[in-house]
Design a protein. Structure first.
Lengths: 792, 160
């Protein structure tokens, strides 16, 4: 079969890889501006305290110090992620709410001086009782963290679809359980860094390691009282984000204020410890649920409830608490679903979005319970899922529209790919195999602030010499490969080789783009890129048609050559004109067909610079109920994984031996990058399942704020992964493409939990799977052993 | 802080630099010599992003004082490629998709270089062990292992 596409679906090397492999690629901390100052932040040592007095006079007098800011020096304005819940101050004015809350900022001629100045700032605190758990926060006499939120309740959600009580009454089997994880850290390798600079006319440029130049631009403009058009945010290469870099940080805002006060560029960066103290990573979820099925395994009802430890601020948490409910709408037919969610403030660093936003623990518990149901019904876990999956065209009870859904293909792929049938039920005690499915949005249907804005605008500028095009976009390449994806989409659309496309991205001057979160870029920025490339192509071919005196419809471009349908057309005069213009050049066009370069050059000569524009906004999506904005998406990705584990029955240590992973990403734009997202997702899920836990002491201090003590998977921990790319055709995606960046993490934790159960008979309801916890669960399971069903 | 004159060879070029006693090799490379390909992800020797080769041995340059490099040879990521020609390890990383955000990449490649200089055709296990001090949050390491394996095959072919 002839390949459908020339560029798409290939394994083209990433555009940025050579620069990254040679050290040329610049990250925020690699940038330096002439005359720059170095900024540093004074942060609270208390989890909860009133600020009685700040004396910065000694710091101000220190030689080399150029500015010292406290909350009183800044405009009294609250900001945050969701406008309905702005609750953050750039520097705390009267009260600190977690260890690491920012209290003062200094700019000095070098970092040593800035740090010395911090040590000279005297802050008198009046400590308040700290609220360090959800129980403490919800207790009747709990100290209040925010005046704006009595009861320490940041957000609550109550949703019911169908008639859950009536459905449960008809169920043959109802079972339930709970799951709790631990606060996770993003643990991206590049700590946040930025440089802010004002020009003489008061315009600001901020270079920052962010996932969203647009949201940062908007927040900076609002907080500093500037127009958005006075603020340019530029994202250099970013060393990973995974969610926590998706909104403006106090680091960025303080750098901007310090640059404004001093009139000089100000460079700032978080230390690794400060990355932990800022957090904005995965919440701790306390999830409980009850699932009801008919005796043939048909799912009838789900009732679930989740309480989230949100930390000190709202951040993305309102979306998180909704996602924890809505993402269980798929990928199974589930006619009745009731969800109650509560996000609670505590005096810990604020949690926010992290890969698999909001859905990971809900999914882990749900898929664990499905396995237990399958066992009770005597069904194979894959058969139970196959019985219940939705397919393209189905709509969930919470109005999510499955415009494409290769769920069956994913399940069959991992079933075959893992040798499931030969292993399930046949492994010796201590070895196990488990599986789970996953489901995720392909881009949030709505921006984080209420607006009819386009989610992406893209410009394709055709170089005046005709030799190539540039894709200009605000989209954020943070390592996931979006620059390459956009270049491939533009190349395919224009009919030119990938080498003729360059990408400028991550700059608010280049267009609107909401950024790298909710697995939105391939679909949304991809649409806008395709439209911009089509626009440029039409202008070029229209101009060429006029030049050649043929109708536009006869012209097309493929692999860089202009195809003319119908009877032969004399291209001689046009070719001669091009050659004359390029006397002495060594790469003159030859052959019977015009090159794209000649066509693009003639278009420029007739019309001036050719610029194609494209834009994307999701269509009106389903769901009229409260909270429908979180979960509705133009498309949904789905996945399945099989994990094989061995458990040391003496020590409780779990080893994941291999993972078979299938994900439906629609049309794969870049096959290598799709696998790369799948493998990275497994790694983050495996870390959360086995090791990761931000630990606190009794005073709310992080006990393990380093990559030595906070254990993310090393190369020794990662098993062999077999990634199977399933391609459906997503009607709402550009060329049929949709997400892979986050959905692929969903099945990892439950697949491991189910494999551990298969190996040991232990149902574990708390993460991470430390040896102590696993051993205790094994002991408990053997004490409760019922009916001797377990092997060994 | 007292400053000291040191001599070292970085990527084949001799440098004479005056450094304060507490300056790390990572700071010297990044800030004084402008070799920002060496990344700093933690400053405490946990992540391996700042890996460089000191007389051919991989070290966390954030834990080495600049003074300790006096009289020694340092290889950073900038010294690996010959002009536009990528080193076979770099080429393999590019082609196998072993690069995502790229922040760990320079350190990974240099750890791989130290391995392949000594062990021509390492096993998967040897590769994993040699890179166990380099953290990556993006890739799950699989394509990195494949890239190092592929690079070892290419280097063996080049030598034969």
């Amino acid at each position: 079969m002839a390949a459908k596409y020339d560029v798409l679906g290939s394994r083209a090397p990433r555009l940025d890889a050579p620069d990254k492999a040679t050290g040329r690629a610049r990250f925020a901390d690699d940038l330096n501006l002439p005359g720059q100052l170095y900024g540093a932040l004074l942060q609270s040592p208390h989890a909860h305290a009133l600020i009685k007095r700040i004396d910065a006079s000694r710091a101000k007098r220190l030689k080399g110090v150029k500015a010292v800011l406290t909350g009183q020096d800044l405009p009294n304005i609250l900001y945050g992620v969701s406008p309905a819940r702005y609750d953050e101050e750039v520097l705390a004015r009267d009260k600190v709410r977690h260890v690491g809350d920012d209290v003062a900022a200094v700019a000095a001629v070098d970092l040593e001086t800035a740090l010395e100045a911090l040590s000279l700032i005297e802050v008198e605190y009046e400590p308040l009782p700290a609220v360090l758990s959800v129980e403490q926060a919800l207790a009747e006499d709990a100290p209040i963290i925010h005046e704006l939120f009595p009861n320490n309740l940041c957000a609550e959600v109550h949703q019911e679809f169908g008639d859950v009580a009536a459905a449960f009454a008809k169920c043959d089997l109802i079972r339930g359980g709970r799951m709790v994880n631990k606060m996770q850290d993003g643990a991206f390798l590049e700590p946040n860094a930025c440089i802010a600079e004002f020009d003489q006319r008061g315009n600001l440029t901020l270079y920052s390691s962010t996932q969203s130049v647009h949201y940062v631009q908007r927040t900076v403009a609002m907080v500093l009282g500037l127009n958005m058009s006075q603020v340019r945010v530029v994202k250099p290469y970013v060393g990973g984000g995974f969610g926590p870099k998706a909104a403006a940080t106090p680091l960025e805002l303080n750098a901007c204020f310090l640059a404004q006060r001093t009139g000089r560029p100000v460079k700032m960066g978080y230390t690794r410890e400060q990355v932990f103290l800022f957090s904005r990573a995965r919440h701790q979820f306390f999830h409980e649920m009850k699932i009801g099925v008919a005796k043939d395994g048909t799912m009838l009802a789900l009732e679930h409830r989740c309480t989230l430890d949100g930390g000190a601020y709202s951040s993305f948490g309102i979306a998180t608490v909704y996602y924890a409910g809505s993402l269980l709408g798929g990928p199974y037919k589930l006619p009745n679903m009731k969800y109650d969610g509560y996000r609670v403030f505590t005096n810990k660093p604020a949690c926010g979005a992290q890969r698999g936003h909001g859905g990971v623990i809900a999914r882990a518990l749900f898929e664990q319970q499905l396995d237990l149901i399958a066992r009770e019904l005597g069904m194979d876990p894959i058969a139970l899922r196959l019985k219940n999956i939705m397919q393209a065209g189905d709509v969930t009870c919470n109005d999510l529209n499955m415009s494409s859904l290769g769920m069956r293909e994913c399940l069959e792929a991992v079933q075959g790919g893992s040798g499931w049938s030969g292993k399930r039920g046949r492994l010796s005690r201590g070895r196990g195999i488990g599986m789970a499915s996953g489901f995720f949005v392909s881009g949030a249907g709505y921006p984080i602030y209420r607006s009819d804005t386009y989610h992406a605008t893209v410009t394709v500028k055709v170089q005046e010499d005709g030799g190539g095009v540039k894709v200009l976009t605000g989209a954020a390449e943070i390592g996931q490969g979006s620059d390459t994806t956009m270049a491939m989409i533009a190349a395919e659309t224009l009919g030119i080789p990938l080498s003729d496309v360059r990408v400028e991205s991550g700059d608010t001057d280049l267009g609107i783009d909401l950024g790298a979160y909710s697995s939105r870029t391939t679909l949304m920025t991809g649409h806008a890129t395709k439209e911009a490339a089509e626009d440029a192509r039409e202008q070029i071919l229209q101009a060429l048609a006029e030049e050649l005196g043929v109708v536009r419809g006869r012209l097309s471009v493929k692999r860089g050559r202009v195809k003319i349908a119908g009877k032969p057309v004399d291209i001689g005069p046009l070719r001669a004109r091009y050659l004359k213009e390029h006397r002495g050049w060594t790469d003159q066009p030859t052959g019977k067909e015009l090159s794209f370069r000649e066509a693009a050059r003639v278009a420029y000569l007739r019309r001036g610079t050719i610029v194609g524009t494209g834009k994307y906004k999701p269509p009106v999506l389903g769901g009229k109920y409260k909270g429908a904005a979180v979960g509705t998406s133009p498309a949904y990705g789905c996945s399945a994984q099989v994990a094989e584990v061995s458990v040391d029955l003496e020590t409780g240590q779990v080893f994941v031996e291999n993972i078979t992973d299938a994900h439906d990403c629609g049309q794969a734009i870049n096959r290598t990058s799709v696998e790369a997202q799948m493998e990275g997702s497994v790694s983050m899920g495996l870390g959360e399942a086995l090791f990761e836990e931000v630990k606190f002491d009794a005073n709310g201090r992080v006990l393990n704020p380093s990559l030595g003590e906070y254990h993310i998977p090393t190369i020794m921990d990662m098993p062999q992964m077999k990634c199977i790319v399933v391609e459906s055709n997503e009607p709402n995606g550009p060329y049929g493409a949709k997400e892979v960046g986050e959905g692929a993490i969903m099945p990892t934790i439950p697949a491991i939990l189910n494999a551990v159960y298969d190996a040991t008979g232990a149902v574990i309801d708390e993460l991470p799977l430390t040896p102590e916890r696993v051993l205790a669960a094994i002991k408990k399971a053997s004490q409760n052993k019922k009916g001797g069903r377990r092997k060994g | 802080m007292s400053s000291h004159q040191i001599n070292l060879i970085v990527n084949g070029v001799a440098h004479e630099v005056l450094v304060p006693a507490n300056r790390t090799l990572a700071q010297l490379l990044r800030e004084d010599l402008g070799l920002t390909g060496t990344k700093q992800g933690c400053g405490e020797g946990d992540c391996g992003s700042c890996t460089v080769l000191l007389d051919g041995e991989p070290v966390n340059s954030c834990l080495v004082l600049a003074l300790q490099a006096h009289g020694h040879k340092v290889l950073t990521i900038e010294g690996l490629s010959q002009g536009r020609e990528l080193h076979p390890i770099q080429q393999a990383f590019v082609e196998q998709g072993a690069v995502q955000c790229g922040f760990c990449t320079p350190g990974m490649i240099l750890s791989a270089k130290a391995l392949l200089d000594k062990t021509k055709r390492p096993s998967q296990e040897q590769i994993r062990k040699a890179l166990s001090g380099n953290l990556c949050r993006c890739t799950g390491y699989q394509k990195i292992v494949e890239a190092v394996s592929e690079a070892s095959r290419r280097l063996s072919r080049e030598r034969s």
